[in-house]
Design a protein around this ligand. Structure first.
Ligand code: R5P
Length: 280
């Protein structure tokens, strides 16, 4: 077995190769004069693990080229982050089912897919090869437990992520709850923990994705107003669209960390151990 990765997944790819004790395949990336992507890989093996976070159009094209370049081997695709996975239903007639479009595109040429904390695991059904989704909630929990020995309150921003928060909190035996949004008027909402007050507590808000950070920034402001000592944030996928990190800092969030499913300067958590266990 050998491992090959796209440019967006070099850190995770190297960590995973290390955990598995396998060689990585070198790839030379370049561009044609019209801007189209080109790549040439070194020798592959009978069995190849392809690691590629699909964060947008460029990354998707690179992955499709890489899969095609590995067409002589049996390929397992590790898809640490899957763009468009949140578009998992048609909201209006005439819309694409975008998650299905991406799943179908990357299924061609691979034999198995492994995803990480998909927003909705039902998306697995759109891949045309066997697919499984792993959760790194225990790794997020280990980060919370290492940095916050005083027993923080672990909160999810909504009841949809309440189970994720429970799995994170279980690592350190921390209290957990989810944030409940009450609409006070056309313009005003109030966000507070459903049952455990934040007053006098250090809070860690955990979620699968931080995108614009809008939900989390509003929640952080309110929790600090309600007497929380400090608010931190930890997520699996740090999308951080449109200045999200700055908005979160301005809202008083002390620290924001994510995993290496999308490689960022604050990727303090790795998915490599769980992925290596699954691949073994
Ligand atoms: C939604 O259900 C997800 O779990 C995240 O809470 C959401 O995608 C975060 O989006 P944003 O950071 O833009 O508020």
């Amino acid at each position: 077995m050998k491992l090959i990765c796209t440019q967006a997944s070099q850190v995770l790819g190297a960590r995973l190769a290390g955990r598995l004790g396998v060689e990585t395949i070198d790839v030379k990336y370049s561009r044609f004069p019209d801007g189209e992507s080109s790549l040439v890989r070194d020798e592959t093996d009978d069995e190849t693990v392809i690691v590629a976070a699909v964060t947008g159009a460029e990354a998707l094209v690179e992955l499709l080229l890489l899969i095609d370049a590995c067409d002589e081997s049996t390929n397992t695709l590790v898809l640490p982050y899957m763009a468009y996975a949140r578009q998992d239903r048609r909201f209006r007639p005439g819309e694409p089912l975008s998650a299905r479009a991406i799943a179908r595109a990357v299924s061609t040429g691979v034999d198995r897919v492994i995803t990480v904390n998909l927003h909705d695991p039902s998306v697995l059904g759109h891949f045309q090869v066997p697919a499984e989704n792993i959760s790194i909630a225990p790794q997020v929990g280990a980060w919370v437990a290492n940095g916050h020995e005083d027993g923080p309150l672990v909160l999810s921003p909504d009841d949809g992520a309440a189970r994720f928060a429970a799995e994170v909190a279980a690592v350190g035996g921390f209290d957990h709850d989810y944030l409940d949004k009450t609409r006070l008027s056309g313009e005003q909402v109030e966000i507070r923990p459903k049952s455990l007050p934040a007053e006098g507590r250090e809070v860690v808000i955990v979620d699968d994705i931080i995108s614009t950070g809008g939900t989390l920034a509003t929640a952080a402001r309110m929790l600090l107003d309600q007497g929380a000592i400090a608010v931190h944030a930890a997520c699996v996928h740090g999308v951080f669209a449109g200045g999200a990190l700055l908005h979160l800092a301005a809202a008083g969030v002390e620290r924001v960390v994510c995993s290496d499913t999308i490689e960022r300067a604050n990727s303090c958590i790795t998915a490599a151990d769980r992925l290596a266990d699954t691949l073994r």
